[in-house]
Design a protein around this ligand. Sequence first.
Ligand SMILES: Cc1cc2nc3c(=O)[nH]c(=O)nc-3n(C[C@H](O)[C@H](O)[C@H](O)COP(=O)(O)OP(=O)(O)OC[C@H]3O[C@@H](n4cnc5c(N)ncnc54)[C@H](O)[C@@H]3O)c2cc1C
Length: 446
Amino acid sequence: MKFLIIGGDAAGMSAASRAKRSMPEMAVTVLEMTHDVSYSACGMPYNIADPEKAIEDLVVRQADVFRQKQGIDLLTGHRADSINPEQKTVAGVTQQGEKFESPYDKLLIATGGSPIVPDLSGFDLPGVLALKSLDHGRKIKAYIDSHNVKKAVIIGMGYIGLEMSESLRARSIEVAMVKPNPRFLPWIAGELSGVVQKEVEANGVNLHMGHLVQKIEPATGGLAVVCEDLTLDADMVIVAIGITPNSECAIVAGLETGIKNAISVDRGLKTSDENIYAAGDCADAYHVVTGEKTWIPLALRANRAGWAVADNICGKPAELEGVAGTSVFKVFDLQVARTGITSKEAVKSGFDSADVVIKTRSRAHAHPGSTTIQVHLIGDRKSGRLLGAQMVGKEGVAHRINAVAVALHAQMTVEQFSQTDLAYAPPFSPVWDPLLTAANQLLKRM
Ligand SMILES: Cc1cc2nc3c(=O)[nH]c(=O)nc-3n(C[C@H](O)[C@H](O)[C@H](O)COP(=O)(O)OP(=O)(O)OC[C@H]3O[C@@H](n4cnc5c(N)ncnc54)[C@H](O)[C@@H]3O)c2cc1C
């Protein structure tokens, strides 16, 4: 059995390692176009914040460990360009320009995603950088040092843009952020979004919402980010407007794709071809709340999907339940978390949505150090089901969101959730946990 994998990061290396552990006799080959494998992309903003740290610190397992200790044929500097499903081969080119062709019995596409860079003038200028791969992180660090960056513009205000704003402020770099949507974090209730906006501005970041970037131009001593009615000067520009799945190979090979061109997979991660699987940011998933297909590119799903592919190939049938879109990020002193669907998404999916926003304390009344926690909880009037939550606060948000995620996987109603026995002690929560207070309030609106 020849198991071939395209892509050597979270999904690809998880699959390779697990397959080799389950069936040591299996020939496992990984084609990775860069020289970086198995690294924590999620740690990059924090690494960039610290000039003393090497970006290589983020490598979880070195390429040679996979090769020598695990017996995986890991071919770095090998870019896969096309898949021939009839002949069961993958063709590509090495970094030295040599063509290669690799046969497979089972193939996993784990090519991840690429940062979206608009096709506008100036986005290819030196100093205009995106952040996805380890090499992007390497380039940003090198550029900050070599150009003595004092001023940066971040295009986009998603979680990576916001993490980068904190990272650059930590290096005393002046930061401005710009985006076309007039709302700051449009996926959470205004009250919660306002708290995050205040925190970002209080830390010296200048926010420019409602401005569509038209071009980037070279300017005296740096760059100018030009909008219709606003021009922002910068030494460096970070483009953080989202990613797109790397699915071109799959599309050309005739595999089915879905939302945003992500490769369409079933619950066992199989594509429309019997012998080809896809996992991670390049593939879609089922949403546990809506039951519909979704595309939410996050790390846990990539690792878990890689494992499931390995299990399926090794004869241990595995089907994944799906994703709830649970995520959390830190921006300065705040934790911002979400799981499930938003009110807007609930309406779109045909739910009769009810929601509530509550403001409470992170610790018991009169316990020192208590801070504010805000919770936005969403339910469905028709079925009574809990549909999603978003939370903002200085403490107790990051892991508290997991309780809602578990409830969503269990398809709990708001009433059942309001009856859960959540922990209490004064340093950690009020006696009524913020989630229970939100559930009790939401019940009144259902
Ligand atoms: C700055 C940043 C912060 C993040 N923070 C978080 C977080 O806090 N929490 C979270 O859950 N997620 C986070 N993520 C997302 C997370 O990193 C991804 O979901 C995860 O890395 C996806 O893994 P993957 O294996 O699907 O894809 P990738 O990690 O993108 O790996 C794909 C690999 O395939 C290779 N490849 C692509 N095309 C080819 C080809 N044709 N031939 C050969 N090789 C190819 C690429 O070089 C790459 O190494 C963050 C991402 C970034 C960029």
